[in-house]
Design a binder for this molecule. Structure first.
Ligand SMILES: Nc1nc2c(ncn2[C@@H]2O[C@H](COP(=O)(O)OP(=O)(O)O)[C@@H](O)[C@H]2O)c(=O)[nH]1
Ligand SMILES: Nc1ncnc2c1ncn2[C@@H]1O[C@H](COP(=O)(O)OP(=O)(O)O)[C@@H](O)[C@H]1O
Length: 223
């Protein structure tokens, strides 16, 4: 008997590499629950929770939220949904976060989107976000049906404060120093799968084919 086993995956890549966009496609195609650290933090800011108020200036300046806080939020969230498979987007972003995750769960695969920084800078200045759902649009790539409004709810879209050019530069620098070591961490564990390119629509078929193979091999192993 082939038993569908719970899949635990991580998606990585610099800010603006298309993690949110690809995660949406993965959760639709493979049924994994999309857990986005950025969406969780922005929901806290929108609802003006104590955590949201504390973290807002950190995020607006393009700096990382402290490891201990971030790890606690995400691990609490995962504990609640652990009966279903999940895809983590935006976490872990430091080696310390990766170790905290490793102490709690075994990760099946890490998808790494390798997109040049120049491509990213162009994209982020035209990113529009529906904060409540985390849906993202882009004035060239996937514009909303009605300019400035979310396709599903009709609510207004906003430009994130941290998508300003100078903040994007700071986030990319932070990615190089703090997050690239996490790629090495997962590479040495043999779970890193890198997809390179400048267009999500060209990268996606490779990610999809890889995950189909991964899902069937993991299901067979428990058969
Ligand atoms: N021009 C262009 N924009 C893209 C492409 N893929 C994603 N985007 C847009 O680029 C921005 C960043 O993508 P997002 O999925 O939010 O990246 P994340 O920051 O890694 O989660 C969003 O506005 C997307 O709509 C692409 O292939 N071409
Ligand atoms: N794992 C994390 N550790 C620390 N800070 C985080 C983490 N995830 C998100 N943040 C904070 O939230 C901001 C936005 O994150 P995110 O939405 O994932 O950005 P992007 O999708 O553009 O990479 C980050 O710049 C950082 O300040």
């Amino acid at each position: 008997m082939v038993v569908q086993r719970v899949i635990r995956a991580v998606i990585m890549g610099p800010p603006g590499s298309g993690k949110g966009t690809v995660s949406g496609r993965i959760s639709k195609t493979f049924g994994l629950k999309h857990v986005s650290s950025g969406d969780i933090l922005r929901a806290n800011i929108k609802e003006q929770t104590e955590l949201g108020l504390l973290m807002k200036s950190c995020i607006d300046q393009g700096q990382l939220v402290p490891d201990a806080i971030m790890s606690r939020i995400i691990l609490n969230d995962l504990r609640r949904i652990d009966h279903s498979g999940w895809l983590l987007d935006g976490f872990p972003r430091t080696v310390s976060q990766a170790e905290a995750l490793d102490n709690a769960y075994m990760i099946d695969t890490v998808i790494n989107l390798n997109v040049p920084f120049l491509t990213i800078k162009e994209r982020l200045t035209s990113r529009w976000t529906h904060i409540a759902s985390g849906r993202v649009y882009n004035t060239d790539f996937n514009p909303p049906k009605v300019t400035g409004l979310d396709d599903v709810t009709g609510e207004p879209l906003v430009q994130r404060d941290d998508d300003k050019p100078e903040t994007v530069t700071r986030r990319l620098k932070g990615y190089e120093t703090q997050t690239e070591p996490v790629l090495e961490y997962y590479r040495s564990k043999g779970v890193l799968e890198t997809f390179s390119g400048t267009e999500t629509n060209k990268i996606w078929p490779h990610v999809e084919a890889f995950l189909h193979r991964k899902f069937s091999s993991l299901s067979q192993r428990v058969a």
